[in-house]
Design a protein around this ligand. Structure first.
Ligand code: ARG
Length: 582
């Protein structure tokens, strides 16, 4: 479906033409004076210069050509503005089309295009901590939004499953259980099927090993183990498989709890086979150059304000690094999926890394000239006091703990306020907590830091997830009382609150388009907050179920039902859903 602005701009352009002026002056915008009008066109002011006459004269002539059926108000006002209010009839037919079209008639601007969303950022053998919340939530929302806009979407977790962290774990395990067959170079039998550790043990092994990095002897062992693992030493590969399996099972469980799902569970290790040919090609093309024993790709460009250091490809000791795997991963993605766009969601402290990698990728021709590469660098989530989030003993808070704290907080509210019968407490609590957590995050611009404030996020009033959920639940309960509402057509607005609600509904497609173009789920939040506000205003000012005129009542019902469907679709894009009661 065309957006309202497109429709009325076209009509305005025709009117300019019919009045004898150039069509290009007929651009309409959303009014910046909502007290005066809904839409406006300032084209007569610009046209007046070209046609050397008074702007009001042009505005009057244009207004005379507009179709009065489309507007409840058309005004040419001094010095030459054209102010418009849409007619009830126009809104009725537009919303009826939205109601009956698939996905509310949103134009599928991504149709035929493929996008890879690289998000999550999990590392094998390390539990998810609060730093993993934002890339998971923002990435999932962006992926769902792109999908809704018609893109073929591939979400890839890009696991940190290679490199020194693996060697550290192997070295630590060897100290703890030297008798295991994985460490015996002469062992030729089958390795055990079950892992020699549980996930809890694994999560204890890594930090211990990591703290021993400064011990030269241990560090040497870890580096050696990393090297041998990457060379394919049989016992280490078998051990690595165990680490992967135990860890990925646990990671999946945690992401599932957040309703975050990846299409691909590929990792840095999967990029490894692509490295040799990629590096050879870069050397041959002269894109990679030798600098102090390392192979690097210089990436400075004209106009750089700050110096961008070269992208290091192969260190002087011959090893590949983080940037190397990211480049090789692009090779794999281009080869297997031919994406039109790759979108990365990580902490903004990785801004420079991605700038280097993107430039290196373009310079070496790994991606096509028109392949879009974008990094959404998100800000930090701080504690309610604005200080970095820490546990009482100064450690990093586990994501699981954060989620269960939020859930406990919400559960207490649900129980105290006797919101639902006992057997529904848990399901309702889960939904509200997820809405509070995700909306609390997503309503902020991704790049900004924000403070995690459980009380504020979980409040049922204000710009919060639970407020949106409450609005949906309120409509659902009215609809349930009304009965069959699914096929009721939209009617002309019966009062100004109905009209405001209708206008808010029409802004769905523009809001999604802005959100997808700016990679900004916060724009969806801002939209549904406005929409929920319009719903609640309408609800308070109108007797809906109490209306005696059945035809009028049916119109109210179809309007709030459409609002509910749009709200539900929107929160699904944000990654949460509404309970039945609240
Ligand atoms: N595992 C990385 C980290 O912990 C994040 C990975 C982000 N994605 C990427 N393609 N580099 O920092």
């Amino acid at each position: 479906m065309e957006k309202i602005l497109e429709i009325i701009t076209k009509k305005m352009q025709t009117a300019f033409e019919e009045a004898g002026y150039d069509a290009s002056f007929g651009r309409v915008t959303v009014s910046n004076r909502p007290d005066l009008c809904e839409y406006q066109c300032n084209g007569a002011l610009a046209a007046a210069k070209q046609y050397k006459c008074a702007p009001i004269q042009i505005a009057n002539a244009v207004v005379a050509k507009l179709n009065a059926d489309d507007y409840s108000m058309i005004e040419a006002v001094m010095p030459g503005f054209i102010n418009l209010k849409l007619s009830g009839r126009f809104l009725q037919s537009y919303l009826e089309e939205m109601r009956t079209c698939e996905d509310f008639g949103v134009e599928k601007i991504g149709a035929g295009k493929t996008i890879v969303v690289d998000y999550g950022g999990a590392n094998v053998a390390k539990p998810l901590h609060i730093g993993h919340l934002r890339p998971a939530i923002i990435g999932e929302a962006l992926k769902r939004l792109h999908k809704f806009m018609g893109y073929n979407t591939i979400g890839d977790v890009h696991l940190g499953d290679w490199g020194l962290q693996m060697g550290l774990i192997i070295a630590e395990l060897q100290e703890r259980q030297p008798e295991l067959p994985y460490f015996d170079p002469d062992f030729t039998g089958n390795y055990p099927e079950t892992a020699p550790f549980t996930v809890d043990e694994l999560e204890d092994i890594y930090p211990t090993a990591s703290s021993k990095k400064t011990d030269p002897e241990f560090s040497h062992k870890a580096h050696q183990a990393t090297f041998e693992l990457q060379q394919g030493r049989r016992g280490y590969r078998a051990l690595w498989q165990h680490i992967m399996k135990v860890s990925v099972t646990d990671l999946k469980k945690n992401y599932d709890n957040l309703d975050v799902h990846f299409e691909k569970w590929l990792g840095e290790s999967d990029a490894d086979p692509y490295i040799p040919a990629m590096v050879a090609d870069m050397k041959e093309k002269g894109v990679a150059v030798l600098s102090n024993g390392a192979w690097v790709i210089p990436v400075t460009e004209d106009g750089d304000k700050n110096e961008i250091p070269p992208c290091i490809l192969i260190k002087s000791d011959g090893s590949a690094i983080y940037a190397t795997t990211d480049l090789a991963t692009m090779v794999q993605r281009m080869q297997d999926w031919k994406p039109d766009k790759m979108l990365y969601v990580t902490d903004k402290r990785q801004n420079l890394h991605f700038e280097q990698v993107f430039r290196a990728a373009r310079k070496s021709g790994i991606v096509n000239a028109d392949t879009e590469l974008e990094h959404v660098g998100h800000g930090t989530m701080n504690g309610a006091d604005g200080k970095p989030f820490k546990t009482r003993d100064g450690g990093v808070l586990r994501l699981e703990t954060l989620i269960s704290d939020m859930t406990d907080f919400v559960r207490t509210k649900v129980v105290e306020n006797k919101i639902v019968p006992e057997d529904e407490v848990e399901a309702t609590t889960q939904k509200i907590a997820m809405g509070a957590l995700k909306y609390g995050d997503l309503s902020n611009q991704p790049t900004k830091d924000y403070n995690f404030d459980m009380e504020r996020f979980a409040a049922f009033e204000g710009n919060t997830g639970p407020y949106i959920l409450y609005t949906i639940v309120r409509i659902k309960s009215i609809l349930a009382k009304y009965g069959a509402w699914e096929s009721l057509p939209i009617q002309e607005p019966a009062n100004e609150y109905a009209k405001d609600l209708m206008l808010a509904i029409t802004k769905f497609a523009p809001a999604l388009e802005s959100a997808v173009k700016a990679s900004a789920p916060n724009l969806i939040c801002a939209y549904i907050y406005e929409l929920a506000g319009a719903v609640n205003k309408f609800y308070h000012e109108t007797r809906i179920l109490g209306e005696e005129n059945e035809a009028l009542k049916a119109g109210y019902i179809s309007l709030i039902a459409l609002a509910k469907n749009i709200l539900e679709t929107s929160i699904d894009l944000l990654g949460f859903s509404a309970p039945e009661k609240m």
